[in-house]
Design a protein around this ligand. Sequence first.
Ligand code: DOR
Ligand code: ZN
Length: 360
Amino acid sequence: MSETSQSAAPQTLSIRRPDDWHVHLRDGEMLQAVVNHTARQFARAIVMPNLRPPITSVIQAREYRSRILEALQPDRKERFTPLMTAYLTETIAPAELEQGFGEGVFTAAKLYPAGATTNSDAGVRDLRHISAVLETMERIGMPLLIHGEVTDPAVDIFDREAVFIEEHLRPLLQRHPQLKVVFEHITTAEAAAFVAEGPSNLAATITPHHLHINRNSLFQGGLRPDFYCLPVAKRERHRLALRAAATSGNPKFFLGTDSAPHPRGAKESACGCAGIYNAPYAIESYAQVFDEEGALDRLEGFASEFGPRFYGLPLNEQRITLQRKETEVPGLMELSNGTQTPTVLVPFHAGEVLHWQLAA
Ligand code: DOR
Ligand code: ZN
């Protein structure tokens, strides 16, 4: 990392262009509305496959990748590379994954426990039903990305990640000791400790929102559907543990926004959808956390180096500059999507002022 200011509080920060190792770009109108926010900041992004229907074949992934590329603004077409993932079902063939990974179409595969979150009903009920798939992934070095929550309704929703570690993740790593695993969007001190103490083939992504909000935020001044996501935000001590992990310089923790747009009406409803739309100001949001933690010199590792190293991909050569500059986040975004009616989204940090800005 290079600082262009020598003062105690740097005014600008130049880092390699970051990548987003976990994002929901959706499809159709929503894809048109959101993809350029991600491409403004990131060189690459691991694109989640939880569409309807889910992305379970090489051909579907190829076609989806083309739609993403088509939706990019001209100046971002050359610069942004979507990295595709396969959605693991109990019937997906190991050969499909091996073919897709071999052809460079699938970068990784995503495990949703059935019923854990948005469009996860086609997910996996019992990990032992996909052991042949996991053996193949382990052999070919294809990363497994895990939504780590148990789905048993009897388990308190705030405990579902910690219970998943003991009931499923620890045994999984014992059964498949060479499997590359990314524990996605961790939300607990237990998860951060488990990853830090685990083998080098285990890593985790951390979202901006879990670094900023705790579970009180969901009820601050009333019910706040825009702060509802899965895994749900936890107690303050967990947020602090995540901040410590993200800013520690430990290469097992890297950037993954889990930006998950839902139209405003689907969030602010009697049964609101889970997901926070943080893509518009993601790098500014992370920069603010690293600044608050006195760790700006560690942002580049977290945002731009540890992810590609874990995935075995080259580091980006391009750089970005962040400036210490007030950025007003709009309360609402009306985004064009190729139709007459814009897509209305509430961005994370709506109505707040962030203290960093990505230079154009
Ligand atoms: O909050 C979430 N939203 N968590 C997920 O795991 C899925 C995501 C979505 O797709 O909306
Ligand atoms: Zn996600």
